[in-house]
Design a protein around this ligand. Structure first.
Ligand code: DGJ
Length: 560
């Protein structure tokens, strides 16, 4: 009998093991892939778009999570970005407490939501506030940055070997645990540190840092910054002049974070990123007016050279005027860097930038502070409209969420374009081979001229499914198609909408007019577009109008 029971147990154990293997096989480790300068975050073998929300800083506690999940549900977010606190994770040196990680994994699965975990380690907004108490109590060993006056600053020194070793040890333990505890691949990416850098001083001026500053700049930094000093070598000051302190600090921090990332990746190769507190990219500020040493746009090449285990340098975009927002995205969408926006504002004004980000092949987007703990920042007027701070993001995610896989796939294939309204530009033209899609804002009910919306809230997404077939969605805009002519022909023939006046272009001396063959309204179910009805007559004679309700169209066009 005993032998029989042992055999049954052995078979059961073997099957469980096979089931686990199958599960692991079914869920490959997420990865970031690149094709022709476009990126995709691969999740379960296909491009994925994180429509995220970042929790408030102190929300990842048993007591607070009940205030997080209802917000995530309300938003229809598919990903929660939430911190893991070093101080909680390693309360005593070398003793790791996995309970918070296990709790968030379990709760995310219950809610069918993915996670991006933020390792609040050595740096948090330039400070070392998340170091465990036992480190904070030994400031000589876990050193702070020293300013020019010899005073210690509220920021960790990137030259503190003991801090680096401790962070490598803790981060590796965290990644190892994730690998063991997350066969389902609930966690898609990990952020290493948070807004690294230093406020209040440009770099570490401690005697040991000074010696390194006086030494020759490492060759890879010169190469990255495209600088060839006379004689082949120079110290930091001679090589970089006014920018020397910032570049030096960026180099030191990137090296430090690069080692942590490499150690973590060696045990579990999840995509890793660092987030950047930005400097103004349009009116670049003087060193000292922005956080020094983090992956700001001026030091991206240094970070790339020193921290190759970091997959993505990701901008936290709180600079909300339109040209600045666009410029930031342009700077971080590079052949060697996918655009991923881990933090931004969830305000009505900013909501449309999700579409602009998709237009730059963003792999993920996440407004900050979207949970009901509301510790920070304060939201005036909350009591009247408790969800007002969620609504702009919820509107986006209700629309894009169901079609997220198609959006990520079409974007990776280079078939998708998306735009946000720009103040003073009532029309935007997207080129798709023989067709131009013309997006207009503030058009009124029946084909009035585009004036722009009273607030620039419009946004549109157009993807080419076949030569003459498009998938379209948007908010507060009109989309129409016009046969693509040359720039001159387009200029000569602005879009006119209305019965008897179709968008046209004169091509090779012959007029070509757009006609709708079939305008299908549908809804995404289980990731697939399901036809609901054909729109025609008043619903199409003045172009395809999108208001504030989610609407997705599949449109076939032809010319006559
Ligand atoms: C940027 C940081 O990365 C976040 O953790 C948070 O502090 C926000 N700023 C603002 O509250």
């Amino acid at each position: 009998m005993k032998t029989f029971i042992r055999a049954v147990v052995a078979v059961a154990g073997f099957s469980a093991c096979l089931a686990l293997q199958a599960q692991v096989k079914d869920h490959p480790v997420p990865s970031i892939v690149q094709k022709d300068g476009r990126f995709a975050l691969m999740v379960d073998g296909a491009p994925y778009l994180t429509l995220g929300a970042q929790a408030n800083n102190s929300s990842d506690w048993q007591a607070t999570l009940p205030k997080v999940w209802p917000a995530i549900e309300y938003l229809h977010a598919n990903t929660l970005e939430i911190p893991v606190y070093w101080e909680q994770f390693e309360p005593k040196p070398g003793q790791f407490d996995y309970s918070a990680v296990d709790t968030i994994l379990a709760q995310a699965r219950e809610h069918h939501v993915h996670l991006v975990l933020l390792w609040f380690g050595t740096w948090k907004n330039g400070s070392q506030h998340y170091m465990p108490e036992w480190m904070k109590l030994e400031p000589e060993r876990y050193a702070h940055v020293m300013n020019k006056n010899g005073e210690l600053v509220d920021s960790p020194s990137p030259f503190a070997k003991a801090s680096l070793d401790a962070d490598v040890h803790a981060f590796t333990a965290f990644m190892r645990h994730l690998k063991e505890a997350d066969a389902e691949k609930t966690v898609l990416m990990v952020q290493v540190e948070n807004e690294t850098g230093t406020w209040g001083t440009l770099r570490d001026y401690s005697p040991s840092a000074e010696r390194i500053f006086e030494a020759p700049v490492p060759a890879e930094v010169l190469k990255a910054m495209n600088v060839t000093p006379a004689g082949g070598a120079a110290n930091w000051q001679d090589a970089f002049g006014a920018e020397a302190d910032v570049y030096f600090h960026a180099w030191a921090i990137a090296r430090y974070v690069g080692q942590i990332a490499a150690a973590g990746k060696a045990v579990y190769p999840l995509p890793l990123y660092v987030n950047a507190a930005l400097r103004d990219p349009i009116k670049p500020e003087q060193p000292g007016t922005y956080e020094s040493g983090g992956p700001t746009d001026n030091v991206i090449p240094i970070w790339k050279a020193e921290a190759p285990a970091i997959d993505v340098l990701a901008p936290d975009i709180y600079l909300l005027d339109t040209p600045t927002y666009m410029k930031v995205m342009e700077l971080y969408h590079r052949p060697d860097n996918a655009l991923f926006i881990p933090e931004t504002a969830g305000t009505p004004h900013a909501a449309r930038f999700l579409f602009a980000a998709l237009g730059m092949q963003a792999i993920g987007y996440s407004p900050f502070g979207l949970d009901y703990s509301r510790a920070h920042p304060a939201h005036p007027g909350d009591s009247d409209a408790p969800n007002a701070f969620l609504d702009p993001t919820a509107q986006n995610y209700r629309l894009i969420g169901p079609m997220m896989r198609d959006v990520a796939h079409l974007n990776y294939e280079g078939k998708l374009q998306a735009v946000a309204e720009v103040e003073g530009e009532p029309d935007q033209t997207l080129h798709f081979g023989v067709w131009d899609a013309v997006v207009s804002y503030g058009v009124g009910g029946r084909g009035g001229p585009a004036k722009g919306n009273p607030e620039p809230a419009g946004r549109a997404l157009v993807a080419q499914l076949k030569d003459n077939q498009f998938l379209i969605t948007g908010v507060d805009c009109r989309v129409d198609f016009r046969p693509a002519g040359t720039e001159q022909q387009r200029m000569a023939q602005p879009v006119v909408i209305g019965v008897g006046q179709t968008p046209s272009a004169q091509i090779d001396g012959k007029w070509q007019h757009r006609q709708f063959l079939r305008v299908e309204e549908g809804a995404y179910e289980n990731g697939v577009f399901k036809f609901q009805r054909i729109l025609n007559g008043d619903q199409t004679d003045w172009g395809l109008i999108f208001g504030s309700e989610p609407e997705v169209l599949r449109v076939s066009v032809a010319t006559y």
